[in-house]
Design a protein around this ligand. Structure first.
Ligand code: F6R
Length: 252
C-alpha cells in the first residue's frame, strides 16, 4: 500500500489523477472503476482538464460505477447514474453507452447485480478502481462487517452513512435505506486502486484503513491486501496516522 500525504485537497486531486493516468497509459481500452461522492471530484476535474488539453483520451474506455442507491429513480439528480453522468461521463468525454452503473431499480436486484459482475469480467476486469472511504471505513457501500469475499449485491446502509449522505438530499428521510454495491471481492480484483480521502472527518477511518489490523469493522483495511493500492490524502485526513512522518519521508 502506497500512502501519499499531500499539503491540501487540491494537490491530492492532482496526485491521484497522475496515478490514474499512469496506470491506464497505453491501454487500448482502459477500464475505470468509478466512485461517486465528494472525494474524487477534484481527481475527476483534473482528469477532465487533461482531456480538454489533449493530454488524456478516455473516450474509448469503459467505466463501472461502484454502487447505486436501491429504489431511487435513475433520473433523480442524486442517483449515482446521474452523478456519474454529470461528474465523469460529460467532463471526461466518455461514451455514455460504455459507462455502467449498477441497476438499483431492477425487478430482481440480485440478478442485476450478478449481471454487473459478469459485465466487469467480460470487459477484462477493472484497470484502475477509483475509491473514497466512508467516515465509518466503508468502501463502496460495503458497510462494516461486509464479507471480504463479497461480490456485487444489495446492502443496507448504516445510520452513519445515511446521515453522512443526507447533505445530497432535501431531508435525511429521503436518503435511501438500501443500495447495490460492488463487493469487497469485486473491488479487490481491480489491477490498481487509487483512493482519495480529504478532511479531518476522514482521519479515524484513514488511520484504521492504513495502520489498523485488517478487520471487518473497517472494510477499507482490506486494501492492505491489494497488490497495487495507493492512498492519496491531505494533511487533515492524515492527522490520525502514527507513521505520517515515515510516509512523508518515503514520498520525499
Ligand atoms: C461512492 C462510494 C462511497 C464513498 C464514501 C465517501 O461511490 O462508494 O464509498 O466513496 O462514502 O464519500 P465522500 O467522498 O462523499 O466523503
Amino acid at each position: 500500500m502506497d500512502v501519499v500525504i499531500c499539503r491540501d485537497a487540491e494537490t491530492a486531486g492532482k496526485v491521484a489523477a497522475d496515478r490514474v493516468a499512469e496506470y491506464i497509459e497505453g491501454l487500448p481500452t482502459p477500464v475505470l472503476g468509478l466512485a461517486t461522492g465528494s472525494s474524487p471530484l477534484r481527481l475527476y476535474a483534473e482528469l477532465a482538464r487533461r482531456v480538454d488539453s489533449g493530454a488524456l483520451d478516455v473516450s474509448h474506455g469503459l467505466g463501472f460505477a461502484l454502487d447505486e442507491y436501491a429504489g431511487l429513480d435513475p433520473a433523480h439528480p442524486e442517483s449515482y447514474r446521474s452523478v456519474i453522468t454529470r461528474t465523469v461521463v460529460g467532463p471526461l468525454r466518455m461514451d455514455p453507452a460504455r459507462v455502467h452503473v449498477p441497476d438499483g431499480t431492477a425487478e430482481d436486484l440480485q440478478v442485476a447485480a450478478d449481471d454487473y459482475d459478469a459485465a466487469i469480467r467480460a470487459a477484462g476486469g477493472v484497470d484502475v478502481q477509483i475509491l473514497g472511504i466512508g467516515s465509518n471505513g466503508h468502501l463502496g457501500f460495503n458497510e462494516p462487517f461486509s464479507s471480504f469475499a463479497s461480490r456485487t449485491r444489495v446492502k443496507t446502509l448504516t445510520p452513519q452513512t445515511r446521515s453522512d449522505n443526507a447533505r445530497f438530499f432535501d431531508s435525511p428521510e429521503q436518503v435511501p435505506t438500501h443500495c447495490v454495491t460492488q463487493g469487497l471481492g469485486t473491488i479487490m480484483d481491480s489491477r490498481a486502486a487509487v483512493l482519495v480521502a480529504t478532511g479531518e472527518h476522514k482521519a479515524a477511518a484513514v488511520a484504521a484503513m492504513i495502520e489498523g489490523p485488517v478487520a471487518a469493522v473497517c472494510p477499507g483495511s482490506v486494501l492492505q491486501f491489494h497488490p497495487k493500492a495507493v492512498i492519496v490524502i491531505d494533511e487533515a485526513a492524515a492527522s490520525g496516522l502514527a507513521y505520517a512522518d515515515y510516509f512523508r519521508g518515503i514520498a520525499g
